[in-house]
Every structure is written in structure tokens, then in C-alpha cells.
Design a protein around this ligand. Structure first.
Ligand SMILES: Nc1nc2c(ncn2[C@@H]2O[C@H](COP(=O)(O)OP(=O)(O)OP(=O)(O)O)[C@@H](O)[C@H]2O)c(=O)[nH]1
Ligand SMILES: [Mg+2]
Length: 344
């Protein structure tokens, strides 16, 4: 990636906790790699061998590729093992290890910032996706000139609760985010994007739980395609899915939603119970905290300056209302005097 964008992203992760374990084989093709495949990995040691074999077999047909595995503070030696396996297999791979677990989205952003390929692809380390699908996506992008190709996940093995959670997440994104309306799988985790397009929007992408959705919404993608990918049941290491991800997903949706009014209403509705709950603790300050909650929702749409200006105007109107009370009372009194004795 170009220097400017590298600095944007690397700022997210302190240099002292990042270690580049090097590249397994000479990573330079005669030209830029066709694809950089970013693999986020957290405690995936038992899957590395099979993962790398699969990637090598499929990516070799593209000749010029690079794999960037970002180990995110694993405690099972994922990074060391990955380096050894990559060099044994002759896989063109760079292994980056972050000492502190920073979460999948930050790991992906770190990988993006290191990528050199014409296309950047993302695939999980847990063997649930077939690298063949990634190759099909690049081919699709090249053949038809797509800016990005996303995988539409078909997951026959998921349990009912996860299926329902996933369906709810998709519906919510489609309903609230205009750009996600036509997306066949807005929460997808496997995709390929033209690096040139990614570079332009990297500064706007936040490290949120569904980075594919961030890319879909925040990057200017003129032509996008979807191809079906079947998810295999997880083998080896256990799932890292946590239900705590659900509120952070909801937050991401609220950030990405086009519906400003909805955000305002959610903020306004949250303000009242918050004020009531806090009343016992901070008394008269509670309504101010409640109001602040409402305004935080709006702040990101119009900026801090405008938020303060609107708030100042609204407060001025309220003060004027209160100040006008004696005047209105006086007018009422005069009217009562004038009308005394008459009945309409
Ligand atoms: N770098 C990094 N990778 C992570 C982290 N958490 C999960 N991953 C990786 O992200 C990928 C997806 O994780 P999974 O645990 O399979 O999560 P999931 O696919 O949403 O959940 P399942 O459907 O249950 O498999 C795997 O390659 C993990 O190793 C993390 O904190 N940092
Ligand atoms: Mg998985």
C-alpha cells in the first residue's frame, strides 16, 4: 500500500507489539502479486498445515501471489508454526505477529497495510472456507472488471441459534444501510477487493466487527459481484465467536446507517431512561447526561461544531420559553380582565 495509507493503519497498532517474522520464500514476483491473501489467525495452530497446503495448491495457479498471516497474540505458537510450515511448503507467506490480541478487524487492517497485490483477499484460518472460492473470486473480478467480489455464504452445518442470529444481522444491515440493501450477504467474511479501491477508502474504514460491511459501505465500489461459497463445519480449534460481538455489531450498524432520523430517535429514547436511572446518583446532572447520550448519536453526522451550535440554539429557545413565561402570564391576565363579565 502507499506510504500515506500505511501510516494511517499502522497507527492503530503500537509498533512495540508488532513483530514481523519474515517471509518464507523470496516474496518478490517480477511484477506486483496478483493477489495478497490476508489470513487473520488467533490460536489456529492445529489448522495451519492444512490451511497453507490448501492455499498453496489453489493460489499457485495464479503464479504471483502473497499470503499475509496476522497472528493476533495467540498463545499456541500459531505464528512460529506458520513460519516453519510456510518455508517447508515453499508458500509465499509473510507472518506478522501482534503480541497483544487486538481483534480480527485490526489484524485485517494490519494485513491490508502490508499488502502489495493488485487484489486483496480475506480468508479465515479455520478451514471453513475453500481457497478455491478465493481464486474464483479473483478470476471473476479480473474477467468482468469488478471492483470487489464478495462471497455469499451458504452454511448448512450451523446450529439454529447461530443461523437466526446471522439472519437477523443480515436483515438489520439491509434495512438500515442503503448500500447493503442489495448485498446478498452483508456480513460476509470472505471477499476480494481491488487494492487501488481499498487504498482510497482505508482512512475511512473503522476497525469494526464486520470489516467486509465497512468496505462495502465506505469504499466507492462501482461494480460489485457476489458468488456463493459453502462453509464447511469447523475442524480443530474451537470457535472464537462470542455473543458479546452482537452489541458491537449493532453499534457498527448504527454507525453505518443512512437513517439519521432513526439514530436521533434511538438517542432520544435512550436519553430518558438514562436520566431516570442516574437521577438517584447524580441528581440534577442526570438530564444533562441523558441529553449528551442523544447528542453523541448525532455528533458523528454533523460534527462537533455543528452539534454544539444546534444544541446552543435549542437551549436558547428553551431559555426564551422560560423567560417569556411572565410575559405570557401578563397577557393572559389582561385578557381575563378584558373578558370579565362576557360569556361566549
Ligand atoms: N487476528 C485475529 N483473528 C481472529 C480473532 N478472533 C478470531 N480470529 C480469526 O478469525 C477467523 C474467524 O474466527 P471464528 O472463530 O471462526 O469465528 P466465526 O467464523 O465468526 O465463528 P464460527 O462460525 O463459529 O466459526 C479465524 O481465522 C480466527 O482465527 C482475533 O482476535 N484476532
Ligand atoms: Mg469460522
Amino acid at each position: 500500500m502507499s506510504e500515506g495509507h500505511i501510516s494511517d493503519i499502522t497507527l492503530l497498532i503500537d509498533d512495540s507489539i508488532r513483530e514481523d517474522l519474515g517471509t518464507s520464500v523470496e516474496n518478490t514476483c517480477n511484477r506486483e502479486p496478483l493477489i495478497s491473501v490476508i489470513v487473520p489467525a488467533y490460536n489456529e495452530a492445529s489448522n495451519i498445515e492444512k490451511l497453507f497446503k490448501g492455499l498453496k495448491k489453489e493460489l499457485e495457479v495464479l503464479q504471483c501471489y502473497e499470503v499475509i498471516l496476522v497472528d493476533d497474540g495467540s498463545s499456541d505458537g500459531t505464528a512460529d508454526l506458520a513460519r516453519r510450515v510456510a518455508s517447508r511448503l515453499g508458500l509465499r507467506a509473510s507472518i506478522i505477529r501482534l503480541d497483544v490480541n487486538s481483534g480480527k478487524p485490526r489484524a485485517l487492517l494490519e494485513g491490508f497495510s502490508r499488502s502489495l497485490g493488485m487484489y486483496v483477499g480475506v480468508i479465515d484460518a479455520d478451514l471453513q472456507y475453500d481457497p478455491k472460492d478465493l481464486v474464483a473470486m479473483v478470476r471473476n473480478a479480473i474477467d468482468h472488471g469488478y471492483d470487489a467480489v464478495f462471497g455469499e455464504r451458504i452454511d448448512p452445518s450451523r446450529d439454529l441459534v447461530r443461523k437466526l442470529v446471522s439472519l437477523g444481522a443480515k436483515i438489520l444491515a439491509k434495512l438500515l444501510i442503503r448500500k447493503a440493501w442489495k448485498a446478498r450477504d452483508p456480513t460476509t467474511e470472505i471477499y476480494v477487493i481491488r487494492r487501488e479501491k481499498l487504498e482510497r477508502c482505508l482512512g475511512a474504514i473503522r476497525p469494526r466487527i464486520k470489516l467486509g460491511l465497512e468496505i462495502l459501505v465506505r469504499c466507492r465500489l462501482n461494480r460489485v459481484s457476489w458468488i456463493p461459497v459453502t462453509i464447511r463445519p469447523r475442524e480443530g480449534e474451537e470457535s472464537k465467536f462470542k455473543f458479546i460481538w452482537i452489541p458491537s455489531y449493532l453499534w457498527q450498524i448504527l454507525e453505518l446507517t443512512d437513517y439519521f432520523t432513526l439514530r436521533y430517535i434511538v438517542g432520544a429514547l435512550a436519553a430518558l431512561p438514562i436520566s431516570i436511572l442516574l437521577w438517584n446518583y447524580i441528581g440534577i446532572l442526570a438530564p444533562f447526561v441523558g441529553a449528551a447520550v442523544k447528542w453523541i448519536f448525532i455528533w458523528r453526522d454533523i460534527g462537533l461544531g455543528s452539534t454544539l451550535a444546534v444544541k446552543a440554539l435549542a437551549t436558547a429557545i428553551k431559555i426564551a420559553e422560560v423567560a417569556a413565561w411572565p410575559v405570557t402570564a401578563l397577557i393572559e391576565l389582561i385578557l381575563i380582565h378584558l373578558l370579565r363579565g362576557t360569556r361566549i
